[in-house]
Design a protein around this ligand. Structure first.
Ligand SMILES: Cc1cc2nc3c(=O)[nH]c(=O)nc-3n(C[C@H](O)[C@H](O)[C@H](O)COP(=O)(O)O)c2cc1C
Length: 374
């Protein structure tokens, strides 16, 4: 290996003692390939196995914690005990290849397609639709329903433990239910779940507390709990960098194993809320300091780009699209063959890349999303 890349191959030991063999993470990516009953398919298990021998950590696609949280066609479920064997297949396939396996736990809130949820009943913090033409008006959750969804996040965590996962990632990013409670756009409540910034934090923090409680009660050994968030929203009102710094301060008190900043571009700069021209990730990393490891992500394709990103001080670098494009990325760097890394999808290679059909269709029919598809 070219010695300049050695920092990416240092181990990382979480506070709980679990050790990662290197600093590269597979980012969570939905693949639309599970069965309609919520069980995983052979094709998607093979897709994960193909990508789990190089990276230190694999974060799965999101899984719904309750039926009205299902956000994608072909999403696998974590909402019922009968799905534990399915979850176990996934955890085993990842761990057998040498990576730690993290289940991303999720509720889609107002972003779910109506045909995927019981009676088309779309729920959110308040009855405010997402911006854009024709977005459905969600129903505001009752206090009792909010509590029930918090318990559902805990129940899916218990299933992740029973299925053999090494941890869970709470999906508080990308505009889904947890973010909807934190956002002044989607949360217009005036009860204990909303009203001001502090109250909009109540739901995300309650989910964290419940997940941690379930882990303490059920895990027989160390179990990773991470939290993913999006630092800003485009809408007005919407989450600003200033709001996010408050969120980070609260999350940093929660004894989490990592924070994961969801970004399309690792180096993107703040839209509003802070008087700072540095990138969002640098501002966040400075605020977090050494309290909790941070995962950075976004349009990192080459090892030189990964190294440059790593030098901001983040603990881990996640690769999303690049792990689909070249599943041997980590091994090629390790073997000094970084010049052989491909950074554009090869349209003839679906089989060799072990990409399930629905994911392949999405990639090849969405111009501009993956490099190589115009
Ligand atoms: C096919 C695909 C599916 C995704 N699904 C999820 C998901 O289930 N959960 C999530 O938090 N992010 C999801 N993302 C976002 C990625 O985790 C990542 O943040 C984003 O792609 C930017 O990283 P990249 O440039 O390395 O791909 C998805 C991205 C892609 C490309």
């Amino acid at each position: 290996m070219n010695s300049k890349f050695e920092p990416l191959f240092e181990t990382l030991t979480f506070k709980n003692g679990i050790q990662l063999k290197n600093r590269i993470v597979m980012a969570p990516m939905t693949n639309w390939s599970s069965n309609p009953d919520g069980t995983v398919t052979e094709a998607e298990v093979n897709y994960y196995a193909r990508r789990s021998s190089g990276v230190g950590l694999v974060i799965t696609a999101c899984t719904y914690v309750t039926a009205n949280g299902k956000g994608f066609h072909g999403e696998f479920g974590g909402d019922r005990d009968e799905l534990i064997p399915s979850l176990q297949k996934l955890a085993t396939a990842i761990k057998e290849q040498g990576a730690k396996a993290i289940l991303q736990i999720f509720h889609g809130g107002r972003q779910v397609p109506p045909e995927l949820v019981p009676d088309g009943d779309i729920v959110s913090a308040s009855n405010i639709p997402a911006e854009g033409n024709g977005k459905p008006v969600p129903r505001e959750l009752s206090d009792q329903e909010v509590n029930s969804i918090i318990r559902d996040f805990g129940e899916t965590t218990r299933r992740a433990i029973e299925a053999g996962f090494d941890g869970v990632e709470i999906h508080g990013a990308n505009g889904y239910l947890i973010q909807q409670f934190f956002s002044p756009h989607s949360n217009r409540r005036n009860d204990r779940w909303g009203g001001n910034l502090e109250k909009r934090l109540t739901f995300p923090i309650a989910v964290v507390n419940e997940v941690k409680r379930v882990v303490a009660e059920n895990a027989k050994g160390p179990f990773i709990v991470g939290y993913r968030f999006s630092p800003e929203e485009a809408e007005t009102p919407g989450i600003t960098m200033a709001d996010t710094l408050v969120l980070i301060d609260e999350l940093a008190k929660k004894d989490l194993d990592y924070l994961h900043v969801s970004l399309q571009d690792f180096w993107s700069t703040p839209r509003r809320g802070v008087d700072d021209t540095r990138s969002r990730i640098e501002i966040i990393q400075e605020r977090v300091g050494n309290k909790v490891p941070v995962i950075g992500v976004g349009s990192i394709y080459t090892p030189d780009e990964a190294l440059k990103a790593f030098q901001t001080g983040v603990a881990l670098i996640a690769l999303g699209r690049e792990m689909i494009i070249d599943p041997d990325w980590v091994q090629k760097v390790q073997e000094g063959k970084e010049n052989e890394i491909t950074t554009e999808i090869n349209k003839d290679n679906q089989e060799q890349l072990v990409i399930p059909d629905p994911l392949w269709q999405a990639i090849t029919h969405t111009p501009g999303w993956f490099p190589g598809i115009q």
